[in-house]
Design a protein around this ligand. Structure first.
Ligand code: MGD
Ligand code: MGD
Ligand code: MO
Length: 804
């Protein structure tokens, strides 16, 4: 989230699209109701289903699953053609006036630089014109036809309301209603917030859908504003912490990149990752990367990290390609993986194309599960009849089940969607033989290290040199790990005047004091400040409101306890708030201060020419994202899902599907076509169950005992299906059987001149737990991911439905 849960109450318009917070975030949803009831906010839901969020909204519009990109580019076209943008904001705070290189182009759905064989782009033309000093050329008059705003206008012009309606199936008047309602918030004193989750991420063009929404918010001047922003409603309670800590395969903690193969030396790496300012005088905050990186290395390798060995750079793995889940299970399928540890992860149930996942797991020599529950994954080798049709005697994989505790059975921090690190306390001891995850991992690490020390092995250095300073090395405590994340001074730290600001051995007060000379250690720079000499900031529970619902004394938010990112953009260049009712920071003549922590150098006065987007090398928000940021284009473009009923686009282009999505040769034959599978299916969750986990609890299992699918009344009528009938839903990868829920909440749509029906498949049941045994919904879904994030396309694929 750029903003936070409480801040939703400040919005005038709430657009919920690609998320269903009334069901998936029922506690946070309270703030949507606050906005509606106390602030008169208009709540709009755009979703394939009239869901429980829609039930309490002011307005609902249906949409074909997988067509959000077209919808949102249509909104951009509407804002630009009706000239309903926040002009001063766009001119001063976005790259609208930046001039793009002559050789950048877009034809037939492809940007310049496409290599069809490699399915990837040479991005060198996705760049600004440069002046003699190497700075980006800017035309503040916006007259140059190569200005970002003019190229965007041209790019979005194809997305007329007629084209949007044809592609999305959303009735034109509904689409226009959304456009008009959002456009009204281009007024400086009105804001809209956008709430989204998996309905946007679970697509082959998911990253670009989200980016289009961010661009809408920039055009409306809604980023940095209380009651505005782009707000991702995150999944598992600590999934935000998971990404913060760099658990994605190509990342390091604090959103730094893991070095790649071509970056064999620390110098190569730093040259590639430390950005040059695109405009003179910008903060360009990532220029501090060396301080954060060296502090991380000092935590990883302790005294072994020295200037002479480049802080242990050689010991970091270098990637040759992504090792995301889809890639990893593909490697497993090819027989290239011997062993796999599934910690708090149930891939047989959660990953797409379940039958293929089962084949992959069958090729392992060993599988370790760490889980409080007996999951489908740890039983993938069991014959469950049609639900899991295998011959156990043919499967050689040895399975080790390590009973783990669950989050409620240990202390620790959980980072919520609002970036707040909240400390929680153990509620009970783990039952039986269950251990905390830290204890299991600490023990495995310690025993492995002893084996490496004794036997050597292929490359023992990273394991032998790893710093492991815990009171009990086999059982590191959450408190010890949390302090390491915050970081320590390894020597006295002085300010510019030579005064000691942090003593050797003390916890760091913030990331501003970090050094690249090895005198500070911290394994996640954005968490610096979370556990200081003053104590555990995450455990604070002072809910004093400093204004607009800001509670800086409640828990601790990264970065620097800031509650609204980019908040300098809530004031104009002169430092006057766009909306005095929403003033969240202010300049007092000497310094910035206010209800929130300013997202700006505290002593840079207004009008100093320093842009508010301090993390960007341009200093402004990006309507055009050039360089190496995205793999599939500097502007967003609508592409069809891999399986789609739309075989010729209303956009009149040849590139129908995302040209940069990764396609494994083996996956192609597993994709179906609309002649055989005429309906669009999507998957989602329901309030009564949490993923494949709470079906183990009897009370939840009683509330939602078995798999059902939602079918619109028109389709049900056509197929002769009544409520409660058993139906078979099949895709080109397999089938499931389920009870039919016949409903008016799934409308028949008209897409490209044809009737289109959608089928809703909640994804929660399986063959383990207290609920009725059944199929795994992911038997149906395709094993292909978003071109940028590799998040699987769980939310738009083709199926057939029959009565059984
Ligand atoms: N009760 C409960 N709460 C949960 C979870 C749970 O399992 N149960 N899971 C947690 C996790 S891990 C996560 S990630 C979050 C997920 O939170 P959400 O993303 O809100 O949950 P979903 O139900 O997957 O999907 C949200 C909505 O997207 C719609 N949708 C599907 N396809 C499309 C599309 O193409 N376009 C648009 N606009 N909408 C589409 C669905 O109909 C659904 O209403 O919830 C978390 N909270
Ligand atoms: N078709 C379809 N598929 C989807 C989705 C969808 O919308 N549609 N959603 C996707 C999303 S967003 C997600 S996040 C994934 C979720 O995929 P998973 O993460 O595999 O889902 P969970 O069922 O939550 O499994 C987590 C496991 O962690 C265990 N666990 C709980 N607490 C602890 C603990 O403290 N320690 C350990 N070691 N284990 C613990 C639980 O018992 C459970 O078995 O599913 C994805 N799959
Ligand atoms: Mo999730």
């Amino acid at each position: 989230m750029t903003n936070n849960w409480v801040d939703i109450k400040n919005a005038n318009v709430v657009l919920i699209m690609g998320g269903n917070p009334a069901e998936a975030h029922p506690v946070g949803f309270k703030w949507v109701m606050e906005a509606k009831i106390r602030n008169g906010a208009k709540v709009m839901v755009v979703d394939p289903r009239f869901n429980r969020s829609a039930a309490v909204a002011d307005f609902y519009a249906p949409i074909r699953a997988g067509s959000d990109g077209a919808f949102l580019l249509g909104v951009i076209n509407y804002l630009l053609t009706h000239d309903q943008i926040q002009h001063e904001y766009v001119r001063s705070y976005t790259n609208a006036p930046f001039v793009v290189r002559e050789d950048f182009s877009f034809h037939e759905g492809l940007f310049s630089g496409y290599d069809a064989e490699k399915r990837s782009y040479d991005k060198s033309s996705w760049a600004y014109e440069r002046d003699a000093q190497g700075y980006a050329v800017v035309d503040p008059t916006l007259q140059n036809p190569r200005c970002v705003i003019n190229l965007l206008r041209q790019h979005a012009a194809r997305y007329t309301p007629e084209v949007v309606t044809q592609l999305t199936g959303t009735p034109e008047k509904d689409f226009l209603h959304v456009c008009e309602t959002l456009a009204a918030t281009s007024a400086p004193d009105l804001t809209s917030t956008i709430l989204f989750a998996l309905g946007w991420t679970h697509h082959t063009n998911g990253t670009q859908i989200i980016r289009t929404a961010a661009m809408i918010q920039l055009l409306l001047g809604n980023v940095g504003m209380a009651g505005g922003g782009l707000n991702a409603l995150r999944g598992h309670s600590n999934i935000q912490g998971y990404t913060d800590l760099g658990l994605l395969s190509l990342r390091l903690p604090g959103y730094m990149n893991l070095p790649k193969d071509s970056q064999q030396t620390l110098d190569n790496y730093m040259q590639a990752v430390v950005p040059h300012a695109d405009e003179p005088g910008q903060v360009n905050y990532w220029h501090n990367t060396p301080k954060f990186f060296v502090s991380l290395m000092k935590t990883l390798w302790g005294e072994h990290a020295t200037p002479t060995n480049n802080w242990g750079y050689d010991w970091l793995p270098k990637w040759d390609r992504s090792y995301d889940m889809l890639a990893y299970f593909e490697m497993m399928h090819q027989g290239k993986v011997n062993g796999y540890i599934a910690q708090g992860f149930n891939p047989l149930a959660a990953m797409p194309d379940k039958n293929r996942i089962r084949e992959s797991l069958s090729k392992l020599r060993f599988l370790v599960t760490m889980d409080p529950l007996d999951t489908e994954t740890s039983n993938f080798w069991q014959n469950e009849g049609t639900y899991n049709d295998v011959k156990p005697e043919d499967i050689q994989t040895e399975v080790f089940r390590l009973p783990a505790s669950c989050f409620a059975e240990e202390n620790g921090s959980i980072v919520n969607s609002a970036r707040w690190l909240q400390w929680h306390f153990e509620g009970a001891k783990p039952p039986g033989d269950a251990w905390n995850d830290g204890h299991i991992i600490g023990t495995i690490f310690t025993k492995l290290r002893a084996l490496y020390a004794k036997e050597g092995g292929a490359y023992p250095e990273p394991v032998l040199n790893m710093q492991w300073n815990y009171r009990d090395p086999e059982d590191p405590t959450p408190e010890e790990v949390a302090k390491e994340a915050n970081g320590y001074a390894l020597a006295d730290i002085m300010d510019d005047k030579g005064k000691v600001v942090v003593r050797r051995g003390e916890l760091l007060p913030d990331f501003a004091v970090m050094k690249d000379d090895g005198s500070t250690a911290s394994f996640c720079w954005i968490f610096a400040g979370s556990w200081t000499q003053a104590g555990n900031q995450m455990a604070r529970r002072d809910n004093t409101d400093t204004g607009l619902g800001t509670t800086p004394g409640w828990a601790w938010a990264w970065p620097a306890n800031r509650r609204i990112l980019y908040n300098r953009a809530s004031l104009d260049v002169q430092g006057r708030p766009w909306d005095p009712k929403r003033q969240i920071i202010a300049w007092d003549g000497q310094r910035w201060g206010g209800a929130d922590v300013p997202d700006y150098p505290v002593t840079s006065p207004p009008n100093s020419g320093v842009g508010p987007y301090i993390m960007h090398s341009e200093g402004v928000g990006l309507l055009f994202a050039g360089g190496d940021k995205l793999v599939d284009g500097p502007f967003p473009e609508h592409y069809e899902p891999t399986e789609t009923p739309v075989l010729s686009s209303a956009l009149g282009k040849t590139a129908l599907r995302n040209p940069a999505a990764r396609f494994y040769a083996d996956e192609k034959p597993r994709m179906g076509d609309p002649a055989q599978y005429p309906y669009v299916a999507t998957t989602y969750s329901i309030t009564e169950l949490f993923r494949h986990w709470t079906k183990h609890s009897r009370i939840n299992a009683i509330m939602q005992p078995e798999q059902f699918v939602e079918i619109g009344d028109k389709l049900a009528g056509k197929l002769g299906i009544n409520a409660g009938d058993m139906v078979r839903v099949s895709s080109h990868r397999g089938y499931i059987e389920a009870k039919a829920v016949v409903t008016k909440r799934l409308k028949r749509l008209s897409v490209m001149g044809k009737d289109l029906d959608q089928v809703g498949v909640p994804c929660h049941w399986g063959f383990k737990g207290a609920a009725r045994k059944g199929y795994l919904a992911n038997t149906l879904t395709p094993g292909i991911g978003d071109a940028n994030s590799q998040t699987p396309e769980f939310k738009a694929f083709l199926v057939n439905v029959e009565k059984v």
